[in-house]
Design a protein around this ligand. Sequence first.
Ligand code: NG1
Ligand code: ZN
Length: 553
Amino acid sequence: MQLELLESLFDKTCKTKNYTYTYGTAGFRDKAAVLDTVMFTTGIIASLRSMSHQGKAVGVMITASHNPPMDNGVKIIEPDGSMLSQSWESLATNLANITANENFLKSIEFIKNLIISLNIDSNIIPSIVVGMDSRESSPRLMNCLLSTLSPIFNAKIINHNMLTTPQLHFLTAYQNENCNIIPAEKITVNQYDTNFQTAFNDLLKLYEIKNFNNCFNNLIVDCANGIGAPQFENFIKGLPQSNLIKFINNNYKHPDTLNNSCGADFVKTQQKLPAGVNDDPSLLTDSNLYCSFDGDADRIIFYYIDQTNKFHLLDGDKIATLFAKFLKKLLLLANLNDIKLGIVQTAYANGSSTTYVSNTLNVPVSCTKTGVKHLHHEAQTAYDIGIYFEANGHGTILFSNNFYSKVQSCLEITKDESITKACKTLLAFSKVINQTVGDAIADLLGVVATLLISEMKPYQWDQQYTDLPNLLSKVIVPDRNVFKTTDQERKLTSPPGLQNKMDTLINKIEMGRAFVRASGTEDAVRIYCEGKNAEDVKKLSKDIEALIMAEVN
Ligand code: NG1
Ligand code: ZN
């Protein structure tokens, strides 16, 4: 480690000064033009994180997910593939802000103190795995990131270049798990592909499924013109029936089109079909299943149209309930009643889904703050099978060690064929899921497998429950940081008095529910409203927006 080299690199790389960065819901996010300094400091933090894990590989992904093309961002991945530990988020924020606002000596002092207080052995060589999405600014920001890794830390760098966020999470964990058998430089996205293709094919073999037409004619995949396009186009070469998969918005080589009138965020918030479906009439039929990835393919939502061409959304809440129903049935078949299955949602989950999970599925449901790190933690600590999804389609399923040992021992003891099959299905299904993080590709495989095994068409899946009318909107305010919340972000504590005024409006409408919080990824305040009647919901949303504007102006 040669910290003395930092000064000249600071001057060369950190052009953005007098700026405040925050490690938010999903890492640092901002206009790409101001991210040079924070890329530089993130390289330092990632190296220290790897050293604090005795040189295990730590991942760094450059992406701004669903945000517009001129934005970008960066997030750090722990050696086990999970998101950066929360205690390090503030360290990352502090170093970025000291570097952007104070002098070089202060930054060096901060780094040295960190090394001492965390007891980091400075002789350890860090190992960093890097990747980026398809944005125009990503290669430039990658250079800012890499500028510290080699000269200062002499880090071992594996550069996967362009890939999806979940692919990088998976490969970071894979590299650490297999470090004694596979040299890091031999690890490529092929390992990811083979792993999930094999898992999916093995699961279908259990049920001898060869034909997908019982569930849909075509699967139309909207890739948001992002990195999911080339990655999934390549991935499906290892799937059966891949000729049924049709791509739209796969123009990732034109980064200016990223997330533009397409992608998971657009479809979920606008509640309508993305661009591209209407261009080709053969794509528009009620026998197709549609899905949209977001810009870095860690979110997916599904939808279909009925015979009258009406659009129906199958969002993250619907994915969670589909999986919960399927897994609960398998647990019952295998008599594995002591495996604790639960769903984790955020306040953005539709009220109908929460009622359905508790009252119809009889599955416990938890609510956490927005941001998958919160859901992930709850799923991991509260359940043996923790299904977590944000309504926007960001989520996965976590299977505990207790789950694996109980299913395995049941399999060893039982002579009953249906119990054996249920246990084998549970184990095979758990491999289809990317347990490091929400993954559009793995979640797609999980949904398709569930529909095929359950012989369910999209409209039957949709019949589980009917969403309450809802509206998600955002307003730009001078300072979103004045909006502070409590109760898993469902109630405002600041600005004072605003929540009371909102409650008066909410109480006026039937089944009304609404909340307001500052976004962690955009410079905006989000308003969520739902109620029994769509017109009431629209009005409530407008009224709350007016309250906010009156408050801040
Ligand atoms: P913010 O901008 O903090 O609301 C958004 C999503 C989160 C999460 C992150 C990361 C909504 C309402 N919020 O966060 O759920 O997915 O982006 O991508 O969808
Ligand atoms: Zn994303």
